[in-house]
Design a protein around this ligand. Structure first.
Ligand code: TEU
Length: 546
């Protein structure tokens, strides 16, 4: 019952270009540098590159504060280099999807400068302006990056709304003129030949009438999924997406499977793929029982009706082997286990740059070493309220977005071979042990394992379209994750031991047949292994064909 699509069979590789490879020694990665490394990405076997924003921007939120939708930020390169990048990606048989931020712009976008210039400026209503209420902000909402979603403008004596930083005013999607302008700019990029969009913070576009106060201002779910949102999404599809053979991915915070299906249901004509955060937002550290529950609900809610993604880290969430695995003695096994899980669960797998060599999170000694506006604002806010600076720093470190933004570790030369200049953010000190050169030279490296996993997907449709079913014996096990994928006559058994202890699995006869074949594992497995009792070493993963 699956409609086959090229993007359903794809593996996506996310390039946070400013931390990927610096070609001109200014300390920032750039698109020219990315072009130099495209063969590295291609050899992994991935199909789609997701490029974080490269548009003109004051760069306060690392490109997510756009001041020009059709011009390129000089740090990233030029439009000519971008055209070359697209051609080089296509020449290698890969696709390029662009990250597009349409919930808000930079406060230095010309549209906002006009909008804030006077109450009767024609673009006033392209943003959200409100009078003070009893001399205060219109309501009690917190923003993602600041204590209030409202910023007072002295000149026109009104507040403007911002879901993120003060410098990121939200666009007013209720304004049809604004929507038309966004569709025009989307078409501009589509007509350049890109293969789709990753749509940033897309669940925030619709705002509630009257902006009522929240019962609990700290629980910022109120920023998302308001009535009218899907009218915008359907109009966006109607005006732009449906005219191209592309893939569209919605970054949707705080959605349930039911809400998520509204975005990606095959009959909905909105988006193709969901990129939801239930794991990253609701699971501060690893909890196999909760993870299994999340996977069950999403499988039940979406499978056969709409497409989901599988990931455990990105540029906003710390590195998976540190947060959800073991980045110490079992780092390599753990990185391979997490990859095996993400590539065999139902959904399109996303690889965040560096994940494929098992890069880890970071701990900088001083707040000055951190760049992320979310972290810096939170630190300032908490210290201003009397928090002990050292205690606040230690508490914010594990989930700081900078954990994933340290430079890609290419080799053990200065600055991990990322730049010949001074990097914009410090390199993780473990780069001498963890780097691409090392992994390419080692046949049992994390990189080589990812290559094998991705090659499996190319040759086995069961990984893409196979039904998912957990073995009942281990539903409630807090370490073992045991499930099958089935497509027609093909049946795979995946066994995962998510712990530092050795465990074992006793299998009933239906999983032991004479045809059982070990396809991949992250430990050497002796053929003498007894067929009905599998011993799983710490963080051991295996895929069997039954
Ligand atoms: O992130 C959106 C955002 O912050 C939430 O969706 C959050 O990521 C989610 O709840 C998981 O915690 C996007 C970009 O990825 C981020 O880098 C930008 O800072 C942000 O939008 C504003 O554009």
């Amino acid at each position: 019952e699956h409609i086959k699509k090229w993007w359903k069979e794809a593996v996506v590789y996310q390039v946070y270009w400013r931390s990927f490879y610096d070609s001109n020694g200014d300390g920032y990665g750039d698109m020219e540098g990315l072009i130099h490394k495209l063969d590295y990405i291609r050899e992994l076997g991935v199909d789609i590159i997701w490029l974080n924003p490269i548009y003109d921007s004051p760069d306060l939120d690392n490109g997510y504060d756009i001041s020009g939708y059709e011009t390129v930020m000089p740090k990233a390169g030029t439009m000519e280099v971008w055209e070359k990048l697209l051609a080089e990606v296509h020449a290698r048989g890969m696709k390029l999807i662009m990250d597009l931020v349409v919930n808000h712009t930079s406060d230095r976008h010309p549209w906002f400068l006009e909008s804030k210039s006077s109450r009767d400026n024609p673009k006033r209503d392209w943003y959200i302006w409100k009078d003070a209420k009893d001399g205060e902000a219109p309501n009690n909402w917190r923003s993602y990056f600041s204590p209030s979603t409202w910023e007072w403008d002295e000149q026109t004596e009104q507040y403007y709304f911002h879901s993120f930083a003060v410098e990121q005013p939200d666009l007013n999607w209720a304004n049809p003129e604004l929507r038309e302008e966004i569709y025009r700019t989307m078409t501009y990029w589509m007509d350049k030949g890109i293969d789709g969009f990753r749509l940033d913070a897309i669940a925030l576009l619709a705002k509630p009438d009257g902006f009522p106060d929240a019962d609990n201002p700290a629980d910022i779910h109120y920023l998302t999924n308001h009535p009218g949102l899907h009218d915008y999404m359907r109009e966006m599809n109607e005006r732009v997406f449906r005219h191209y053979d592309i893939v569209t991915v919605g970054e949707t915070a705080f959605v349930t499977p039911e809400e998520g299906l509204k975005f990606v249901g095959e009959d909905r004509r909105e988006l193709n793929m969901l990129f939801h955060f239930e794991v990253c937002d609701e699971m501060p550290s690893w909890d196999m029982l909760r993870f299994k529950d999340i996977q069950r609900r999403w499988y039940k809610g979406l499978w056969g009706k709409g497409s989901n993604s599988q990931f455990l880290n990105n540029h906003d969430h710390t590195r998976q082997v540190t947060r959800f695995g073991n980045d110490g003695p079992y780092r390599v096994e753990s990185a391979k286990l997490l990859a095996t899980m993400l590539h065999t669960l139902p959904g399109i797998p996303y690889i965040y740059q560096g994940e494929e060599i098992g890069m880890t999170g970071v701990r900088f000694d001083s707040i000055e070493d951190y760049d992320d506006i979310a972290m810096r604002n939170r630190y300032d806010e908490e210290v201003a309220k009397g928090g002990d600076p050292q205690e606040v720093l230690l508490r914010l470190q594990p989930l700081s977005r900078d954990n994933s933004r340290t430079p890609m570790q290419w080799d053990d030369s200065a600055y991990a071979g990322f730049t010949t200049g001074t990097p914009w953010i410090k390199v993780n000190p473990n780069y001498a042990e963890i780097n691409v050169a090392q992994d390419l030279a080692d046949p049992s490296s994390v990189y080589r394992y990812y290559q094998q996993l991705i090659a499996l997907r190319k040759n086995n449709e069961v990984m893409v379209y196979g039904d998912f079913e957990e073995l009942p014996e281990w539903l409630e096990d807090e370490h073992l994750y045991v499930y099958t994928r089935t497509l027609g006559e093909t049946r795979w058994l995946i066994v995962l031991n998510h712990s530092d202890e050795t465990s074992f699995i006793r299998l009933s006869s239906e999983y032991i047949g004479p045809t059982r074949k070990l396809l991949i594992s992250n430990y050497a497995v002796s053929e003498a292994e007894s067929v009905d009792r599998i011993v799983l070493r710490p963080h051991e993963a295996r895929i069997y064909e039954l």
